[in-house]
Design a binder for this molecule. Structure first.
Ligand SMILES: C[S@@+](CC[C@H](N)C(=O)[O-])C[C@H]1O[C@@H](n2cnc3c(N)ncnc32)[C@H](O)[C@@H]1O
Length: 342
């Protein structure tokens, strides 16, 4: 943008996410039946790098499709979002946001992510690519959104961006709470753009989460290294195998580490028995149809404004606005056709 000075370093804020709660959350997850740990635990430095590798696998089309859609539609998206500060939730490597930054020229860009070291590198790289956009990285857990320290950039009109179908890692009830938290942070004059993978043929979905090169397996197994390191565990990763499968009754992919044999492990000062074949759920990925997601968003106080999808109808970008600032609209049923709808 003419008149903007080049910035060489991003601002960074580390809120030391979740460390205090790690033990409590892991113990609670190990008590569940089936055992299930929070998906964010997958994202230490190594996990974030493995996730980037997953995104490049031929079976995992989500990243390529969403990136292409953002590139194609950037001018329309920028117009529909309007002016403000762009806040990305779960930014990861922050690679998808570039077309939006170019088209929108936001007052500033704020990237939030729980994976502190990875976020730091991502913000530095992004600042180099977009030297005229002020960049702020905040390492935090979504549970800390209501305690973010005051920052002048966050005083302006806020636009949310949540790509990657990451909301699918939460149960529908948790997703409603998260969308409410986003609404409280973004405020009544905001917009929220969310990227969502859609239900599709089971073979394609299962292949996407079971890539041949083994990155999805390595990503899940890395969780055991993290537990060994952070909670004095003695897991042997080779004693587990990775599996991802479609659960039609929940419209989701389940990802788990399956114990290869009966075994006992130590974790957080306790002993835990695993039966042969017992799963430890590492994450879910819920797939919403556009109308199911619109209903979910409405329960959280958002109103669907517009939706863009790719030609195959694999993925949608949903634009939402706070419900209490606009008149009601009728929701159209899913057409399954590629389109942009208002
Ligand atoms: C599925 S990845 C998506 C990354 C990127 N947005 C994309 O579309 O490729 C989810 C990202 O959200 C972050 N994340 C997961 N749970 C989080 C939480 N509770 N609070 C903050 N960030 C979280 C992870 O570190 C990771 O970078």
């Amino acid at each position: 943008m003419p008149g903007r000075l080049a910035i060489t370093s991003p601002q960074l804020l580390d809120l030391h996410p979740a460390a205090a709660d790690l033990r409590r959350l892991v113990l609670a997850g190990m008590e569940r039946q089936p055992r299930q740990l929070p998906a964010w635990l997958l994202y230490d430095d190594q996990g974030s790098q493995l996730f980037d590798a997953i995104c490049e696998q031929p079976e995992y089309g989500l990243t390529r499709t969403e990136t292409a859609l953002l590139q194609q539609r950037a001018p329309e998206l920028a117009q529909a979002l309007g002016p403000g500060v762009l806040v990305e939730f779960g930014a990861g490597s922050a690679r998808k946001v570039s077309p939006l930054l170019e088209a929108l020229q936001p007052a500033a860009y704020v990237a939030l992510d729980i994976s502190a070291g990875h976020l730091l590198q991502a913000c530095r790289a992004l600042q180099q690519r977009h030297p005229t956009t002020p960049v702020l990285g905040i390492s935090c857990d979504y549970s800390q959104l209501e305690q973010l320290p005051a920052h002048p950039w966050l005083e302006r009109r806020r636009l949310g961006f949540y790509p990657g179908s990451s909301i699918g890692n939460f149960t529908p009830e948790e997703a409603v709470s998260l969308l409410r938290q986003f609404l409280r942070l973004l405020g009544p004059d905001s917009r929220l753009l969310i990227g969502l993978d859609q239900p599709k043929a089971v073979e394609r979905l299962e292949a996407a989460y079971n890539d041949q090169a083994g990155y999805s397996a390595a990503f899940a197994l890395n969780l055991l290294n993290r537990l060994n390191r952070d909670l004095e565990g003695d897991f042997h990763p080779e004693a587990f195998r990775y599996r991802a499968w479609w659960q039609a009754e929940h419209s989701r992919i389940a990802m788990a580490l399956i114990s290869r044999e009966a075994q006992t492990v130590t974790l957080a000062g306790r002993r835990w028995a695993f039966a042969a074949g017992e799963p430890l759920i590492t994450e879910y990925s819920v797939k919403y149809t556009p109308s199911a997601f619109a209903q979910l968003a409405q329960r959280a106080g958002w109103r669907p404004l517009q939706r863009w999808s790719d030609a195959q109808g694999d993925l949608s970008l949903h634009l939402l606005e706070p419900a209490d600032r606009a008149p009601a609209v009728d929701l159209e049923p899913d057409s399954g056709q590629p389109h942009s709808e208002r």
